[in-house]
Structure formats: structure tokens, C-alpha cells
Design a protein around this ligand. Structure first.
Ligand SMILES: [Zn+2]
Length: 655
């Protein structure tokens, strides 16, 4: 009887070792995702564009499968990337604006592979995808997410707002070399083709008349570097590699310079190249002509890595298109969504594309027939058209399925708003959101406003470059098109505030607030301008109004506290500084302000206690010692007062 257990144990060992060896043979493939920002499919050589060299993309397409007709559901970076990483439409995952957190209810690529034992890391090329500011939640499931430094001293956009493609891939390669243990899931984001177009040499020379193409060619060279690294480390062959654009670029088509406002193919048609791992078997098809979507990528990856897909996805695996299972599989209907126009006070857009047609739901709806009108210029819309009705039903179904949105706006700090503007996006969401505009069709049609948007965009980029005169001209041009353009008035107000023309600044901001009284940020800027013109009661009222709309603004509270001190209302000042310390207990400026108010109220004891503690924490802060001297002096402690004063003086001379 003792033989049997021994035999069983032997069998078990044999079975286990077979399992282990087969597991070793079929170790899960590494997965690499490369997203290239602002990449039009029709500006890549293997997509038929002969005026560019993109050898890395072309080579990958040779080794893998090229999808000739792939589409993003969103023309905006963080929304589009969230769709790639969740397999969900924007209205499903809810990240329809900057800084909206991705709900933990939706598992991402990184989550799902991490659960299967993958080592995960992400390397981003712009702050627009920084999970600490503009893309909260996108880092979920990543062991390492390469955010930008939170406090950067540099004035240059490189390192502060953007990283060059070569920098991004080198950071990814460094991480991989330090973490050789697989399987890996690594996401690399190359931001280069995004405007402004400033490719480095030699691309700036080779493509000097087409700098956008130069950026693409440069991004391709960064991709070549990464692929070379994977090959050198023998990770290439058995890895699953996906390269995809997050959206395209208008380049003036439909009068759109960049992207975000419209849903035409110029910004929605993206390149998609997929190289399968050796273990998945060779692909039967090298080029897939059927219309597919970037929401289909996640289910494809899960399918090819033999992992279960989440129950609710808006995409489906693309395997049948290239495995020979069903090469004649029908196209996938593509849906497009953009809420970006809402930031300007214009109607959001929705689209559906299929059977050679595209329908765009807008205040003035559009229908295009690609069989005779590839550039989407001849609008065939008629409300009774059967296809229009069918598309409208589909869009209504998506709307009905979307989770009820709360306030879709993320909470954005001022530093983040400045970053957004520096990248050329409108910084504030005060203009409205999908949730507080019940009838978007009552808003202006973006088609009628696109020239304004181009000018506003150019003004933002000019401002960021310090070209104030050019920015002023662009904004005046906007006001010629629409004298009540809130965005132009507000940007002019900000520009004059920075340039030191405070009277003009206050005038522009006043007009901006007449158009849109709920703009807390404009009210804050107006408070700053009025304080500079020594209109203290005016500044007080503007800042109070701003804080009523948005109570968490620390900068506005600090200024209001100072204004109350100048108005000799120490009690009101104290309230403001106390509120700041509730929001941010470690705020040095809040503590100094509070002490000032206490001294003004002759609460010397309280002030001295607080300043003694602060001066220990900040032994080089001259202001703290100056105030401490005042507090001691008020308490009749002359010797201590003199010592504190001497210390403040010394610190100032040391500076
Ligand atoms: Zn983008």
C-alpha cells in the first residue's frame, strides 16, 4: 500500500515538471505599446506617403500587420489614450476632458496584464498624460509611471512640458535594462509630431518646408532606436508590439489647423500596426483593409496573450482579420466623440462612420459619402435619409448606455492650467461641460467658429513663446470676428496683466466677466489687476466674487488677505489666512500672513508663538524674523526683538 502514494508522488512530480517546462516554452509574450501623438495615417511611407522616410514604421509593418483603416474615437490626447488603454468609448470611460480621473471601475491594459504577472511601466512624452495632474488614474496597474517633475526650474518646454522621443525611449530602455525579468508590458508615448512643429536636426533641415513631417520622421527614428534595443536584447521576436496614433492633425483641412474640435478623417484616421508574438503563429494577412477602431486593440492584446477580457468593452478582438479565420469579416462601425468645443462654449460633436458613410451630429448635421467624396467636403445631410436615421439610433444607444456623468470636469490647479495653455490647449473648463449644457444644439456650431479657435490657439502658442505682440494681434482678430468672445477677452486680460498694463487688463477682464459672470479665474485675474492699480475695494470685491465661485483657490485667498490688511481690516485678513491654512497647513505664506494679521490686531502672544515655530522650520526666512521682531516688540521684549531684527538683516545681506 505504500507503493501507491510513492507512485502517485512520482507521477505528480512528472506532471508538475511537464507543466513547468510547457509553461517555460509558452512563457507569456512581452507586450510593447508605442503611441505616437498627432500622427496622420496618410503621412507615413507604408501608408502611401512618398515624401517621407519612416523606415521603422515600415519595417514593423513588414514584420506584422498594417491596418489601413483604423480610427480613434476621440481627437484629444488623454481621451484617446484612455480609450486605447480601456477598450472603451469616451462616453463609456468618462474621461472626456483634461484632468478628469479615470474611474477605478474600468480596468486598463496595465491592470489586466499586471494581474497576470506582467511587469509594467509607462514612459510619457508630455505632461498632458501626467498622472499627477492632467491624466489622473492612467497610471493604474503600472509598477512605474514616468511622470514629469512636479517642480521644474527650467523655462524651456523640454523636460518641463515635453520630452523628445529619443529621451522617452532611452528612459524606457534604462528601465527595461534594470528590470530584465519578464513578461513586460511597456507603454511608450512619443509626443513629437504634436504642434508646435520643432524637429531637431537633421530633420529640421531635411523637412524644413514640412516641419510636421520632420517631427514624424524624427519620432520614427526614436521608434527605430527602441526596436533596435528590443532586438539586441532578444525581446523583439516573441513580443507583441502595437504602434498606433492617438489622433491625426487638421493641417488646415476643414479650416482646422490642429485637432480636437472636429471629427473628420484628418484627425480621426490613425495608423495602427501590430506585430504578433512568435507564439501566436504567423499572420495570414499583412494588410487589413477593413475599417477597425483603436478600442479594438485592448481586446486583441488580451486575445493574443490568452487573457480573459473584461465583461464590458466597446471593442472586439481583431484576430479574425489577420488569422485567416474570417478574412472577409465585416467592418466595425466607428464612433467619434468630442467635447473639446465645450471649452470654447460651442456644441460638442458626435459621429458614426460605416458602409462608406460618415454622419456627424452637430447643430448643422453632416453626412459624407466616401465612395465619391473622400475629403468630406460635400455635405449630403437630409433628415429623412434612412442612413441618417440609422446612425442617429446608434448614437442614441451609446448615449443611453453611458454611465450617468457627475460633473465631468476635473479639478485643475493653476499650475496645471498654465501647463495646458503652454501646450496650446484652452486652460479652463469654465466655459461649460457636457453636463451643464442640457441642449448642446443651442450652442454655436464649431464649423462657424473654427477660425476663432485657430486664432486663439496661435495666440496661446505665441504667448508661451513670449511673443506678446503677435498674441495681441491674434486676439484682436478674434474680437473682430466676435466682439463678445469670452476667451479672447480673457486671454487679452491675462496678457496685459503679465505685461504690466493693469488698467487695460482690468478692462478686458471686466468685459470677459460681463459675457460670462461665472468665470472664477477671470475674476481672480481682475482682482490682481485692480490691486496693482491700487483700487483696493475693487480688488476685494473681485477676489470675493472669485472665491465664492471657486473656494479652493489659495492664490486668490492670499491676495485677498493682503488686500484686507492694506484696507486695515485685520480680522477679515485673519479669516482668509486661516482658511488657507485649513486647505494647506504647511503654507509658509499663509502662516506669515496670519502672523501679520495677528500683529495688526495686537494679538502679539499668538503671533510670537506661531513665528517662533515658523522661524525654527525656516531659519533662513528673513520675513519670519522681521515679523517676530514686531511681535516681541509688541510684547515689550526689546532684547529678543533686537536679536530677531538683527537676524533678519543678516539674512537679507547674505542674499
Ligand atoms: Zn494627442
Amino acid at each position: 500500500m505504500k507503493v501507491l502514494p510513492a507512485l502517485l508522488a512520482g507521477c505528480l512530480t512528472a506532471i508538475l515538471s511537464v507543466a513547468a517546462s510547457s509553461q517555460k516554452k509558452e512563457s507569456p509574450p512581452d507586450v510593447f505599446l508605442v503611441t505616437i501623438d498627432t500622427l496622420r495615417a496618410d503621412h507615413i511611407r507604408c501608408y502611401g506617403y512618398e515624401r517621407i522616410q519612416t523606415p521603422a514604421l515600415d519595417r514593423l509593418a513588414q514584420d506584422g500587420i498594417r491596418f489601413a483603416q483604423a480610427f480613434t474615437p476621440s481627437p484629444i490626447t488623454n481621451t484617446s489614450h484612455t480609450s486605447i488603454l480601456t477598450g472603451l468609448l469616451p462616453s463609456s470611460h468618462g474621461v472626456t476632458d483634461f484632468a478628469v480621473p479615470l474611474s477605478p471601475a474600468y480596468p486598463t491594459w496595465a491592470d489586466l496584464l499586471h494581474q497576470q504577472g506582467y511587469h509594467t511601466a509607462a514612459f510619457i512624452g508630455a505632461v498632458i498624460l501626467d498622472s499627477k495632474t492632467l491624466a489622473p488614474g492612467l497610471d493604474r496597474g503600472f509598477d512605474y509611471y514616468d511622470n514629469f517633475p512636479q517642480h521644474s526650474q527650467t523655462k524651456s518646454r523640454w523636460g518641463r512640458l515635453e520630452r523628445r522621443g529619443m529621451d522617452v525611449v532611452e528612459r524606457a530602455e534604462t528601465w527595461l535594462s534594470a528590470h530584465p525579468q519578464g513578461p513586460h508590458f511597456v507603454w511608450v508615448h512619443l509626443y513629437d509630431p504634436h504642434d508646435p512643429y520643432e524637429p531637431p536636426a537633421p530633420y529640421s533641415q531635411i523637412y524644413k518646408d514640412r516641419l510636421y513631417d520632420g517631427e514624424i520622421a524624427y519620432a520614427d527614428s526614436a521608434l527605430a532606436n527602441f526596436m533596435g534595443y528590443l532586438k539586441k536584447n532578444r525581446w523583439y521576436e516573441n513580443s507583441l508590439i502595437v504602434v498606433v496614433g492617438d489622433h491625426g492633425e487638421g493641417l488646415g483641412e476643414h479650416h482646422e489647423d490642429t485637432h480636437g474640435i472636429f471629427l473628420y478623417d484628418s484627425t480621426m484616421h490613425v495608423p495602427l500596426i501590430l506585430k504578433t508574438p512568435r507564439s501566436a503563429g504567423g499572420a495570414k494577412m499583412k494588410v487589413v483593409e477593413a475599417q477597425v477602431r483603436t478600442t479594438d486593440i485592448l481586446p486583441t492584446v488580451l486575445d493574443l496573450t490568452r487573457n480573459p477580457a473584461p465583461a464590458k468593452l466597446d471593442g472586439e478582438s481583431l484576430r479574425l482579420y489577420f488569422s485567416g479565420m474570417n478574412a472577409a469579416a465585416s467592418e466595425r462601425t466607428v464612433f467619434g466623440e468630442t467635447d473639446y468645443p465645450l471649452r470654447f462654449g460651442w456644441a460638442p460633436l458626435r459621429s458614426a462612420r460605416g458602409q462608406g458613410l460618415k454622419f456627424i451630429e452637430a447643430p448643422r448635421p453632416e453626412l459624407y459619402d466616401f465612395r465619391q467624396d473622400a475629403r468630406e467636403v460635400a455635405n449630403q445631410y437630409e433628415p429623412w435619409n434612412v442612413q441618417v436615421k440609422r446612425f442617429r439610433v446608434m448614437l442614441a444607444e451609446i448615449r443611453a448606455k453611458a454611465p450617468p456623468g457627475g460633473d465631468s470636469r476635473g479639478s485643475i490647479g493653476q499650475a496645471t492650467i498654465d501647463e495646458l495653455k503652454a501646450l496650446g490647449y484652452l486652460g479652463s473648463a469654465d466655459a461649460g461641460s457636457a453636463t451643464n449644457v442640457p441642449q448642446p444644439s443651442l450652442l454655436p456650431d464649431p464649423k462657424d467658429k473654427i477660425e476663432e479657435q485657430n486664432l486663439l490657439h496661435r495666440a496661446m502658442i505665441a504667448s508661451e513663446d513670449g511673443r506678446d505682440a503677435a498674441a495681441r494681434d491674434y486676439l484682436r482678430n478674434v474680437l473682430q470676428l466676435d466682439p463678445k468672445s469670452h476667451n479672447a477677452l480673457r486671454q487679452l486680460g491675462e496678457l496685459e496683466l503679465r505685461s504690466g498694463d493693469y488698467v487695460k487688463s482690468a478692462q478686458h477682464l471686466n468685459q470677459a466677466l460681463e459675457v460670462r459672470p461665472n468665470d472664477a479665474t477671470a475674476a481672480f485675474y481682475r482682482g490682481q489687476a485692480l490691486e496693482k492699480t491700487h483700487d483696493l475695494p475693487g480688488a476685494r470685491d473681485a477676489l470675493e466674487a472669485s472665491l465664492k465661485l471657486m473656494p479652493g483657490q489659495i492664490g486668490a485667498r492670499l491676495l485677498l488677505g493682503q488686500v484686507y490688511l492694506a484696507l486695515k481690516n485685520a480680522k477679515a485678513a485673519e479669516d482668509q489666512f486661516e482658511a488657507i491654512l485649513l486647505l494647506q497647513p504647511s503654507s509658509i505664506e499663509g502662516q506669515l500672513g496670519l502672523s501679520k494679521a495677528q500683529i495688526a490686531e495686537e494679538h502679539f502672544n499668538k503671533a510670537a508663538q506661531q513665528l517662533e515655530a515658523l522661524s525654527k522650520l525656516q531659519p533662513r526666512n528673513a520675513d519670519a524674523f522681521d515679523l517676530l521682531a514686531q511681535a516681541y516688540s509688541g510684547l515689550g521684549k526689546q532684547a529678543e526683538a533686537q536679536r530677531a531684527e538683527a537676524r533678519a538683516k543678516l539674512l537679507r545681506t547674505l542674499k
